[in-house]
Design a protein around this ligand. Sequence first.
Ligand SMILES: [Zn+2]
Length: 188
Amino acid sequence: MTKAVRATVSKKLRFEVFKRDAFTCQYCGAHPPNVLLHVDHINPVANGGKNDIDNLVTSCEPCNLGKGARLLTVVPETLAAKAAAVAEREAQLLGYQEILEAKRARIEDELWRVAEVVDPGSSKLGMSRDWTASIRRFNERLGVHAVLDAAEIARGRYPWGGKRTFLYFCGICWNLVRQADAGRGGEL
Ligand SMILES: [Zn+2]
């Protein structure tokens, strides 16, 4: 009854699990369109595992099949089943693309929030690639809030913006990066 096991996880619940896991296989990191995703029961159904979101994890087809005994796939035979499989694939790809899109939008948004503080008007007038690349790196390393604080401090010191302010801002950020690295080293 492998078919029944798969059928009991509703599409809504399945996509909730995928979304929580960023449409990425939690075993190997694969994602659409390279693989078809399944939901895997952490505690198997055979052992009384429930169709609860906390008991479900996103797994690509190869990882899921690799688990051997519990084959959750069914080969679609009818035309309707084939159409459903295609729809599932497309829905998974769309979901994954939405996650990427949201991440890209967040990174852009955070970049220009910082840029506007460190160099007023830049969110409209633009900023050199070197500078935007630096801000992106700092945001990634330190988080946007620490970087915004650094931008505020730099503006406090050199209120007019421009190169002087930017270099001072970079100095503060690099100090924070060094502190973070030292802190990590100390903990280990
Ligand atoms: Zn996998």
